[in-house]
Design a protein around this ligand. Structure first.
Ligand code: NAP
Length: 494
């Protein structure tokens, strides 16, 4: 078995720090290809080129990552909070120092435009900075005693080993958002990044080593997801699971967590409504609508999937939004277009299916509607108007650059339509009427409501969904909850 780490296969681009390119898993402070040394290939979605090979660990190898994390848990959790904070802070600084290389790796494996990749590195780093600060905050609460001669306290203690499972659309920020919270709480981590985008996570592991996390504190295990993750779900030493991905796999992990009663954070799919009332600033709404639909090439759980526009401004919005959409540039992420490739063939097929279905049910095609000639995984930015409520796109996440627009007449009607989904992650609302803003914000069954703007996320806010969009919250102080247990202590004075 060769113990030499695979090489970066792309000759077109170079990393300033080639050691950030890692192909082995990181377990117990060592880089490993596992007992069998099996590898799988990772390709660039922009052109299908081979970026490099990555270790495919077995179930036995994966269980050993839990051994390592369990061993590291005692020392890490009993370390002084300021020492944990300092290690996280060093990780944050290293991530920013290597921003360009990390963004390059992300764009090559994920396909997103390089400016967006840089933005994700900054966003991801901000969680490490935030939780480095949170690590120092008091985790003991004094309570006014309800008992005579007794002193009452509530402590928060780290749960133990946390398993983190992250998707391909935000390969860096989804990992830092989970890992920084878990590590700050005093947990140790086993993480599985998507097999489609493992290099971003492995580069973060390399930087975690340089930051000085003790061996076994932060482990990244690559390979076939069911093979790697199942042993973690069965292992009772794994006390918490934090997952971002599809609702289908989220439900599977929910079921698998039952036997060992794991703490659970699930960040699942979204199906965001974008609601535009006639009193809104139309030009601003069009600008925000473009961001809400086409960021991350439409492959974003926060992506607007359903545009509801009040009838008096319906045609004007359709015209302006279509015009802005047809100006969007499409190409390989390294050329920094507005829209890059989709992740895989299934994603392209889903765009085709949703568009054909909507057109078959009477929708009007305003622009796009076909594959893009930039390459196999590219789809044209597309706008559909008059999309009927029974179209697939009005019920399923499209996860791509296709926008579906429909008119509405009353506030009551549109809020009912917006809530008519099992998803409840984010809703976008455009209106100038403060009373309507209040009423609609109250009525919308979504974990996040964005009023007259699109970008609302960040480290200090609780990110998460209602209904089948998930459980728990990430970011903010709430982001540490699933990684801690509450312990109540009552001491007798007498
Ligand atoms: P996915 O198929 O559910 O994959 C997510 C993660 O789960 C990946 O690491 C995947 O590994 C792993 N996985 C797949 N099958 C598994 C199994 N049987 N057991 C354990 N792990 C398994 O989701 P996706 O298609 O990659 O990501 C897109 C979805 O994520 C969308 O629905 C989107 O809305 C959602 N998302 C939600 C948020 C949020 O915060 N709410 C943020 C971003 C994305 P492999 O990729 O290696 O198979």
């Amino acid at each position: 078995m060769s113990m030499v780490q695979p090489k970066f296969r792309t000759t077109q681009f170079e990393l300033a720090d080639p050691a950030l390119f890692r192909g082995f898993s990181y377990v117990g402070g060592r880089w490993t290809a596992g007992a069998s040394a099996q590898m799988f290939a990772v390709t660039n979605p922009a052109d299908g080129s081979h970026l490099g090979d990555v270790a495919s660990l077995s179930a036995t190898d994966s269980a050993q990552a839990v051994d390592a994390a369990q061993q590291a848990f005692g020392p890490w959790s009993s370390m002084l909070p300021q020492q944990r904070a300092a290690t996280l802070r060093r990780w944050y600084e290293l991530i920013l120092e290597h921003r360009e290389d990390l963004a390059l790796l992300m764009t090559l494996e994920q396909g997103k435009p390089i400016s967006e990749a840089r933005g994700e590195i900054d966003y991801g780093a901000s969680f490490v900075e935030f939780f480095a600060e949170e690590a120092r905050r008091p985790n003991i609460e004094g309570v006014t005693s309800h008992l005579p001669d007794a002193e009452v306290e509530v402590w928060r203690e780290p749960v133990g080993v946390a398993a983190l499972i992250t998707p391909w659309n935000f390969p860096s920020a989804m990992l830092t958002r989970k890992a920084a919270a878990a590590l700050a709480a005093g947990c140790t981590v086993v993480a599985h990044p998507s097999a489609q985008t493992p290099f971003s996570a492995l580069a973060l592991a390399e930087l975690s080593e340089r930051a000085g996390f003790p061996a076994g504190t932060f482990n990244v295990v690559t390979g076939d997801a069911p093979v790697v993750v199942e042993p973690w779900m069965k292992d009772r030493r794994v006390r918490a699971v934090s997952f971002t991905g599809s609702t289908e796999i989220g439900k599977l992990l929910y079921r698998q967590s039952a036997d060992t009663v794991k703490r659970l954070v699930l960040e699942l799919g979204g199906h965001a409504p974008f609601i535009l009332f006639a009193d809104a600033d139309l030009d601003q709404a069009v600008e925000e609508a473009i961001k809400a639909k086409f960021a991350t090439s439409g492959q974003d759980c926060l992506g607007a999937n359903r545009f509801f526009v009040e009838r008096p401004v319906y045609e004007a919005f359709c015209a302006k939004f279509t015009e802005a959409t047809s100006r969007l540039t499409v190409g390989a992420g390294m050329d920094d277009p507005d829209i890059g490739p989709l992740m895989n063939d299934a994603a392209v097929a889903k765009q085709e299916q949703h568009v054909a279905d909507a057109l078959g049910k009477g929708a009007r095609l305003l622009t796009g509607g076909a594959r893009h000639d930039a390459g196999r995984l590219f789809y044209q930015p597309t706008v559909l108007a008059d999309v009927p409520v029974d179209a697939l796109i009005m019920h399923e996440e499209t996860f791509g650059p296709v926008a579906a627009i429909a008119p509405f007449d009353t506030e009551e009607e549109v809020l009912e339509k917006a809530n008519d989904t099992e998803y409840g992650l984010v809703a976008y609302l455009h209106t100038q009427d403060p009373r309507r803003i209040y009423r609609a914000s109250r009525t919308l069954q979504f974990g996040m409501v964005a009023v007259n703007r699109t970008k609302v996320t960040g480290a200090p806010i609780p990110f998460g969904g209602m209904k089948q969009s998930g459980l728990g919250r990430e970011g903010s102080r709430l982001g540490m909850e699933a990684f801690t247990d509450v312990k109540y202590v009552c001491r007798d004075w007498a």
